[in-house]
Ligand binder design. Structure first.
Ligand SMILES: Cc1cc2nc3c(=O)[nH]c(=O)nc-3n(C[C@H](O)[C@H](O)[C@H](O)COP(=O)(O)OP(=O)(O)OC[C@H]3O[C@@H](n4cnc5c(N)ncnc54)[C@H](O)[C@@H]3O)c2cc1C
Length: 365
């Protein structure tokens, strides 16, 4: 694709939200987009960067359902045979078991959705209902570099930077962080996709953000071909998710405001215990049987937000300049749903940006 020189848009953040939003804006053709971020997908693993894994847990929040449906449509096409992103996904049968009949998410929009008769899930003692459908499981260590490559391939730019305050970008542009540090080239719009980083990023400092720590175990178990989740009260889950390439991710812990950055050994045992029957079928299995299958233990912080995802725009005055106000779009706080809402959220962010640029700073927003 030839590079176009349109309005200069800067995005802070190179997680799934920042990169998807960057692609959506860059591929529109009217913009030149630069992503500024402290961490990129090609870096080694780090607690300041989140990775999730699948696209099929919905919610009863209508706005979020809409974001998830749009994302599933886009990703389903990306996972089709022959698409450039096909290798990032696995389409696999998924069964969700519920311990309550009330308050379960509506997943009926999922491909091949079916409610199971009680006789079909007697093997899960706690379950009172269950549904099955085709899930789209993402191999995030492949998908995030794919997004980065696609963004660069359509003419996008990246700069590694730790932004302390958004005024640094509003006044100095991206050059303030580039090697020559000249500063001053004006930007036309700023999009904040900093995940949990928006809690401390100057000029945003959103104290409604908080971490929900999740710990997982990655196993080599190519014989597991179906995903299973046990959904307990408050929506938390114990899950087994097969990924392309013969690995299986097992997890489900959710601890709000727990900032511990490395896996706890006792939690690994708690995670493995309920999934032993699914992983080893040939005899009565134990956690010890599973230990040789472990590739790695992981943990991350879901960037949760009281009030849900922040998708908003406002005009912010450029300091030290008579000149102008710049539209700032906020797209962060995706909690445990960042992958499965990414394309829907990016569409809303693009609409907010284009609406602001079209209307100008005098309109009330
Ligand atoms: C165990 C676990 C399981 C999960 N399972 C799922 C799942 O099944 N489905 C799903 O959809 N989601 C899942 N998630 C959630 C998902 O991983 C997150 O919602 C998503 O990764 C958030 O993406 P993000 O781009 O908003 O934030 P991040 O990936 O954290 O990216 C933030 C970016 O902003 C940058 N940044 C922050 N502050 C600054 C600054 N001041 N200056 C410069 N750069 C900055 C960072 O460097 C980084 O590049 C799971 C998460 C965990 C931990």
């Amino acid at each position: 694709m030839t590079q176009k020189h349109g309005k200069n848009i800067v995005i802070i953040g190179a997680g799934v939200i920042g990169l998807t939003t960057a692609i959506k804006i860059q591929e529109k053709g009217d913009y030149s987009v630069t992503v500024l971020a402290e961490t990129f997908p090609t870096d080694s693993k780090c607690i300041r960067y989140t990775r999730g894994h699948h696209v099929s847990a919905a919610t009863d929040d209508l706005r979020q359902q809409q974001l998830e449906r749009e994302t599933l449509d886009v990703m389903w096409k990306m996972s089709a045979l022959g698409d450039g992103a096909e290798g990032c996904f696995l389409r696999a049968p998924q069964t969700e078991y519920y311990i309550s009949k009330e308050g379960n998410p509506d997943l009926s929009f999922s491909p091949n959705f079916q409610r199971l008769e009680a006789s079909a899930f007697t093997n899960v003692a706690e379950a009172v209902s269950a549904v099955t459908f085709s899930a789209l499981n993402i191999n995030t260590p492949t998908y995030l570099p794919y997004l980065l490559a696609r963004f660069l391939g359509c003419g996008g730019h990246i700069i590694r930077a730790c932004v302390q305050h958004i005024t640094q970008v509003l006044e100095g542009g991206v050059e303030a962080f580039a090697d020559n540090r000249s500063g001053g080239k004006p930007i036309d719009g700023l999009v904040i996709c900093a995940g949990l980083g928006a809690r401390t990023l100057g000029g945003v400092e959103d104290k409604d953000l908080y971490p929900v720590r999740g710990q997982t175990v990655l196993l080599r178990a190519p014989w597991v071909e179906e995903g299973r989740s046990l959904v307990v009260e408050s929506g938390s889950k114990t899950y087994i998710i097969p990924r392309r390439g013969g690995t299986v991710i097992v997890g489900g812990t959710r601890e709000a405001n727990d900032w511990y950055p490395i896996p706890r050994p006792e939690t690994t045992v708690d995670i493995l215990e309920p999934c032993t029957p699914s992983v080893r079928k040939e005899r009565e299995p134990t956690v010890e049987d599973l230990k040789p299958l472990i590739i790695e233990e992981g943990c991350g912080f879901r960037p949760a937000r009281r009030g849900g995802i922040r998708l908003q725009s406002e005009w912010v005055k450029v300091p030290g300049s008579e000149r102008c106000m710049i539209p700032v779009v906020y797209n962060y706080g995706h909690g445990g749903y960042g992958f499965q809402t990414s394309w829907g959220s990016a569409s809303v962010a693009l609409d907010l940006l284009e609406g602001a640029l079209a209307e100008g700073p005098n309109m009330s927003m």
